[in-house]
Design a binder for this molecule. Structure first.
Ligand SMILES: [Zn+2]
Length: 210
């Protein structure tokens, strides 16, 4: 499996592409602005079909391009606790950039903690990691020693907990029980900034230690 990432507008949110060239399939995780264009370029480059879009959570900057994936009839995965933001993202507009158009994103597959999603011939474990927002999930791919976590944790930082539905104690609990329990060598791909690892954050994250 190849993992590509791209920081996208308007506020530097990462989108990810998981690519399985032998199966000619890829999965996209998160949909900032221009994610659909980036994803279709990746799909073309590897000769792959986009078989799913997984949304780590419902914040506007992670779902802006979601409606374009929906228009292309690509299955979209998300957690039910963020339903309101998927269905009416404009409600978050006071936290976004004025004048930005935010269209609803129809979730076709509801996922929750403990689910194993089989895509690209791999088992992807879903873990529920609320605290930054109620519906944040992470995707853990054991075969790749990789996890895509949304905004729960960043390299040397943690997600904001001052937005609606955020709570530091819940966030801390999510990180300690759901992120730090992954194998130490697991690479963490956050929704903003560069990658890190479970052990790196356990020993040096200034907000939540393992
Ligand atoms: Zn967020």
């Amino acid at each position: 499996m190849i993992i590509e990432s791209q920081e996208l507008p308007p506020i530097g949110t990462n989108a990810f592409a998981l690519i399985e060239p032998q199966l000619k399939e890829c999965v996209i995780i998160d949909a900032p602005a221009e994610a659909y264009d980036w994803a279709t370029r990746i799909a073309e480059q590897y000769g792959c079909k986009i078989v799913a879009l997984i949304l780590t959570h419902g914040h506007w900057d992670h779902i802006l391009d979601g409606h374009r994936f929906a228009a292309a009839e690509i299955p979209i995965y998300g957690h039910q606790a963020d339903t309101e933001m998927f269905e009416a993202p404009a409600r978050m507009s006071s936290y976004a950039i004025p004048g930005l158009e935010m269209l609803p994103v129809p979730i076709t597959h509801w996922i929750e903690g403990g689910d194993i999603v089989e895509l690209l011939g791999a088992k992807m474990e879903i873990r529920h990691v609320p605290g930054h927002c109620p519906g944040n999930i992470l995707v853990y791919i054991e075969s790749e020693a990789a996890t895509i976590v949304g905004d729960v944790i960043f390299a040397g930082s943690v997600g904001r907990y001052d937005l609606p539905g955020g709570d530091f104690d819940v966030l801390k609990q999510s990180i300690q029980t759901q992120v730090y329990s992954l194998p130490n060598e697991t690479t963490i791909y956050p929704g903003h900034g560069g990658q890190t690892s479970v052990i790196q954050e356990k020993v040096s994250n200034p907000f939540v230690r393992g």
